[in-house]
Design a binder for this molecule. Structure first.
Ligand code: KIV
Ligand code: ZN
Length: 527
């Protein structure tokens, strides 16, 4: 590896999935991981295994599917580290990524208990020891260990240097400097990296990584500033999704390095032609819509609206274009499938869009496609993408509609009747409501004897025209948990019902997996 190569560490499946409202099932995560491999990222952070049974399972499944390095996140605790290793043990190339909090805000907030020390000074010492021990323990499982100093952006530089030095002396091969709260400014963050290079004696024994959040919209600028000061790994996500305002966006970093090669003399191994498909797949599966004016992958990123711009473009594309849409994989011709398209045609198109389907998945996709093509004359790529996410790669449902009837009009009281099949029971109920959707949600609640709080409800049209598919996203709060669901249909009432049931299915899945996890761990501990 030359000094000019920038390692791309993709955390879409971990930090990206922490975006409010994003929820990916295990099958979708595996499919995204395969696409990230086509994109040619160097590292895929697949999840935080100790945090939930589903996370554990997802990391394990991704580990068995791809040849790139698979990283698993863990706190600086033995059980976390063990679980992280267990989850990635099947991977060809594995990395344990452990972290400790280093800013005073985090230390005082998370390590307030006296057992970590009475004074800030004592607590800081405890954290250095915990970090050292965590890296040393992780090294007993695998050579490739990354250490992150959480909230490094707001950490005192002298203390940060001590923590990083300790982590490297314990064997960390990558040291990550996260701007966890997206607080720093580009010149300030770059200077932090430069100062670490000056202060940390053993810094040349590890790769310096950066992980920038976008709270001030500066994540990509901060990342690039850090590269200028010697960082050689960038942590980023597709479409910039992630906690709060998100993470640095992979496609923006990669294209900035390519387009401004004159000033940024580094390279990544990313295949930019896969950027568009990856962005679409992530947006389709997570339900997080890409803003139209988003750089590189937004719908308007290459659109020229005003007459002057259009005229300039016709004369010479360079007038208003610094990169071509083709260079990031935007298709130049619109392929439309219809009711006469065959199974083979569908398979080829799905492959072109980045989806790998088993025989069974293709059958499911084709059945859904023909149903849709009967209702809608033209089936667009975006229709196929939502079908793949919601119907084909969906997990086994605990609840499903047997039927759903909704009556509504300007003079009648909206009324819904639902009949729901569960594993070994049928539930049927009717209810009224403020509108048809409310009536249906009430009927489901009565049938299943639950009362979730609807935290969010969103409808959008997937493509345009009268027959467009409607996509509904709901987030429900039930007890201490929140569960998201997505439904699609040309009928938005049906889409709403499917989304609601999918959220309830997520709740049931979570219950089952938690029980299984408790059972398995009880057995492991006993043996
Ligand atoms: O933002 C952050 O600090 C993180 C770390 C766990 C790397 O996501
Ligand atoms: Zn983060």
């Amino acid at each position: 590896m030359t000094d000019k190569k920038v390692i791309v560490f993709d955390t879409t499946l971990r930090d990206g999935e922490q975006s409010p409202g994003a929820s990916l099932n295990v099958i979708e995560k595996v499919e995204i991981a395969r696409q990230l491999e086509k994109l040619n990222v160097d590292v895929i952070e697949a999840g935080f295994p100790v945090s939930s049974p589903t996370q554990f399972e997802a990391v394990k499944r991704v580990s068995g599917e791809v040849d790139v390095i698979v990283a698993a996140l863990c706190r600086a605790k033995e059980l976390d580290i063990q679980k992280a290793y267990e989850a990635i043990s099947g991977a060809q190339k594995k990395r344990i990524h452990t972290f400790s909090s280093t800013s005073d805000y985090h230390i005082l907030g998370k390590f307030g208990h006296e057992r970590y020390g009475k004074t800030l000074e004592e607590k800081r010492k405890t954290i250095i020891k915990m970090s050292y021990d965590a890296v040393a323990f992780a090294k007993t499982f695998c050579d490739d260990v990354e250490f992150s100093a959480e909230d490094a952006g707001r950490t005192d530089i002298g203390y940060l240097a001590d923590v990083i030095e300790a982590a490297i002396s314990a064997g960390a091969t990558t040291v990550n400097i996260p701007d966890t709260t997206g607080y720093t400014l580009p010149h300030e963050f770059g200077e932090k990296i430069a100062e670490l290079k000056r202060r940390v004696k053993n810094i040349d024994q590890a790769v310096i990584s950066v992980h920038c959040h976008n709270d001030l919209g500066l994540a990509v600028a901060n990342t690039i500033s850090a590269l200028d000061q010697g960082a050689r790994q960038v942590e980023c996500t597709i479409n910039g999704i992630g906690e709060r305002a998100g993470n640095a966006s992979l496609e923006e970093i990669v294209m900035a390095l390519r387009v401004r090669k004159d000033l940024l003399d580094y390279y990544t191994d990313i295949n930019p032609l896969e950027i568009y498909n990856t962005s679409k797949m992530v947006s389709g599966f997570t339900g997080i819509i890409v803003q139209p004016n988003k750089a590189i992958v937004g719908e308007n990123a290459f659109a020229h609206e005003s007459g002057i711009h259009q005229d300039g473009m016709l004369k010479n594309r360079n007038t208003y274009e610094i990169m071509t849409p083709e260079s990031v994989g935007v298709p130049m011709t619109k392929i439309i499938l219809g009711r006469h398209s065959g199974r083979h045609g569908l398979k080829v198109r799905l492959e072109e869009l980045g989806y790998t389907t088993s025989e069974e998945e293709l059958n499911k996709a084709y059945a859904r496609f023909t149903k849709l093509a009967d209702k809608k004359k033209e089936v667009f790529d975006d229709d196929l993408r939502v079908i793949m996410g919601d119907e084909v790669f969906s997990e086994i449902a605990y609840y499903d509609f047997d039927y759903l009837n909704v009556l509504s009009g300007s003079v009648s009281v909206p009324t819904a009747t639902v009949r729901i099949k569960a594993k070994d029971a049928i539930f049927e109920e009717s209810s009224t409501g403020d509108g048809p959707v409310d009536a249906m949600f009430n009927a489901i609640d009565r049938a299943l004897n639950i009362k979730p709080e609807v935290e969010s409800y969103r409808v959008r049209s997937v493509t345009s025209g009268r027959q467009a598919l409607g996509e509904v996203n709901v987030r429900l709060r039930i007890g201490n948990g929140t569960y998201s669901g997505r439904g699609i249909s040309t009928d938005i009432i049906e889409a709403s019902g499917k989304a609601y049931l999918q959220a309830l299915n997520q709740m049931e899945l979570n219950k089952c997996e938690t029980e299984k996890f408790i059972e398995e761990n009880a057995l492991t501990n006993a043996s």
